[in-house]
Write a protein of this length. Sequence first.
Length: 241
Amino acid sequence: MSNDFDDVSPGGSRMHLHRRDTVHSPAQGQPHTAQIRAYIERHLGPVAGAFDDALPDTVRLLVHVVPPTADRPWLQLVTSGMSDLPMNLPPGVDVPHFAELMLTLPAHWPLDAQSLQDERFYWPVRLLQTLARLPHLYDTWLAPGHTVPHGNPAEPYAADVRFDGAMVVYPASVPPAFGELLDDDGRTIAFRAVLPLYPEEMALKLQEGADELLERLQAKGIDDRIDTGRFNVARPRLGLS
């Protein structure tokens, strides 16, 4: 996908449809899995294992599982492999070309093999896998403030959740030092969080912009830690119950 934007939302967000023009087969890029895993363990805690989504194109993507710790009583999933290739940034955009994604789940979220046969539990892993591949499949980029709907038209990630899209945000559930890794090749790899959104919040972002949505989330104390029953910050202003 080129970086020509298809449209601009009423809130000023530039929107584009994802058209797959570029295919890498077999996986391309220079893996830094070991270095990223060591970085995760240094800042977040021991990695208990990883989901390997070894598809035949783009990059070899792993989703590392960091169990709860005394300091951070939640479960965290962090990718490695997205940064094997640079993202295609538009001219003048000053963000790292290389990125990895993470999300934070309740400590009790089941990730055993049997539970993950059920989309009610697997959808966060699938969401990370999908978003981490998106820049390379569609020759585009992801950065804080970007939102991606789950399909067109958008539909919930699973039967028991109302989230049907996600926003890339700066992670608040990790130590500040975890934000960026300067790897052995001198590349800066940015670690960004994924926050699932309700349909009304996705609409709010398009209507009024990412800053408005982020202000409402912060006002309610909502950060990147996922709560499937959390408050919907778009409902009051949209007049919904």
